[in-house]
Design a protein around this ligand. Structure first.
Ligand SMILES: [Zn+2]
Length: 130
C-alpha cells in the first residue's frame, strides 16, 4: 500500500513522515486500512489525503485507491474508521444499494450513528477566531 500526497496541494509532501506530520489523519489510516483489507479480503493499492469541500472520502474501485478528507483528522477515530470502511466496501460494491448496506451492517453495525455524527458538522468548517 502506497501513501500518496495530493498533487493539487501547493507544497510537496513526499515522505511518509511529512505526510503524517501535515495530516494526522494519514497516520491513523494505514493500520485501519490494513485491518479492513484482511476482514473484507480486498486490497487497497493506495490512499490519498486531501482537502475536499463536499466529501469525507471517495473510492476509485478500478484503481483500488481511496481518498480521505483532511478534516477527518479533527473527528473522532470511530468516524475515520467508518469512512475507511465505507470507501473500502465500495471495492466490493460501487453503489450505495442494498448490497452495500448489508456489507456495512455486517462489518460495522453502528455505521449509521457514525454517519450521523459526521453529518452534524459541516465539512471544512474554519474557525476564524475573531
Ligand atoms: Zn460511498
Amino acid at each position: 500500500m502506497a501513501i500518496v500526497s495530493d498533487p493539487d496541494l501547493s507544497f510537496a509532501v513526499s515522505s511518509l513522515t511529512i505526510t503524517i506530520f501535515v495530516f494526522p489523519s494519514a497516520a491513523a489510516a494505514p493500520p485501519l486500512i490494513q485491518a479492513w483489507e484482511v476482514r473484507l479480503a480486498v486490497t487497497v493499492s493506495g490512499f490519498y489525503v486531501r482537502k475536499m469541500k463536499t466529501l469525507w472520502g471517495s473510492c476509485n474501485p478500478r484503481a483500488r485507491t481511496i481518498r480521505l478528507n483532511t478534516e477527518l483528522a479533527k473527528k473522532p477515530r470511530a468516524c475515520l474508521e467508518y469512512i475507511v470502511l465505507h470507501e473500502m466496501v465500495h471495492l466490493l460494491e460501487p453503489s450505495h444499494g442494498p448490497k452495500f448496506r448489508v456489507l456495512m451492517d455486517q462489518h460495522m453495525p453502528a455505521w449509521r450513528e457514525k454517519r450521523q455524527e459526521l453529518n452534524r458538522l459541516p465539512i471544512g468548517h474554519e474557525d476564524w477566531g475573531y
